[in-house]
Write a protein that binds this ligand. Structure first.
Ligand SMILES: Cc1cc2nc3c(=O)[nH]c(=O)nc-3n(C[C@H](O)[C@H](O)[C@H](O)COP(=O)(O)O)c2cc1C
Length: 232
């Protein structure tokens, strides 16, 4: 792009950006090892209660907070729960909802069949066993200094990207998690005393896999199934 096409107005405050460039061979090596690392990630549903230091959770949240977001509103809040008593209350409330889903007909039969192979049930012991629960809330709107509402844009997309970075950060440092969405999740707003502009997005139990953990055998789609190339 020539300088005359430079699209930004002088209203903004800009700093220079130079991420550096590597050789294609170096890029290939980095990209392959990142893919191989990510391809080893699995959702874990049995956690060891071994402690995980708080600063590791903070670092994962910092990494998640680098996500791009609509108009840079950063519409996310990560609530980290390490307190055993609060984790127990979250487990009991989640199981109350999930019992209704699984046993009292709130979950459609086809969905039940789909997830049967994952080995899930209404019981959620991992919500107590994992040393940390991090609940990611989406901020549907924000507040200005004078208390008036400010608009947030593309909230779900932004928070979804932050969630992905969070999962990747945890996995990269050797921690396991589960993307958990007990439904409905309103109990999390109540138990964690969140403001009205926030809505629970995902609940992440975090820790080490329990010894002897197993995961369902799953295939990931091949490149040709998930990528379409439009060549000139
Ligand atoms: C938005 C979302 C919600 C999910 N909710 C649940 C859940 O409530 N309970 C659960 O056991 N797994 C849940 N999962 C995990 C999926 O079952 C899991 O990611 C999928 O089976 C693929 O397995 P993998 O993560 O090991 O690759 C959820 C995943 C996503 C992306």
């Amino acid at each position: 792009m020539s300088e005359s096409e430079y699209p930004y107005t002088s209203e903004g405050d800009f700093v220079s950006y130079d991420a550096g460039r590597s050789s294609e061979e170096a890029m290939r090596v980095t990209a392959r090892s990142f893919y191989e690392l990510m391809n080893r990630r699995r959702s874990i549903r049995t956690f060891s209660s071994d402690p995980v230091p708080r600063d590791l959770i903070e670092l994962a949240v910092l990494a998640a907070g680098t996500a791009p977001s609509g108009a840079h509103r950063q519409p996310w809040t990560f609530v980290a729960v390490g307190d055993q008593n609060l984790k127990r209350r979250i487990r009991l409330a989640a199981e109350d909802e999930e019992r209704t889903n699984y046993l009292e007909g709130r979950m459609p039969e086809d969905w039940k069949r789909e997830i049967a192979r994952l080995g899930t049930s209404w019981q959620k012991p991992y919500l107590e066993d994992a040393p940390w629960l991090v609940v990611l809330f989406e901020q549907r709107y924000g507040f200005a200094d004078d208390g008036s509402r400010t608009k947030h844009y593309y909230v779900k997309e932004s928070v979804g990207i932050a969630a992905g970075l969070f999962i990747a950060a945890l996995h990269t440092m050797g921690l396991a998690t589960l993307t958990h969405t007990p439904s409905p999740m309103a109990f999390l707003s109540r138990l964690l005393d969140r403001p009205v502009n926030e809505r629970p997005f995902v609940l992440f139990p975090i820790g080490y896999p329990a010894e002897g953990s197993v995961v369902p055998r799953l295939d990931r789609k091949a490149l040709v199934e998930i990528m379409v190339e439009c060549e000139a």
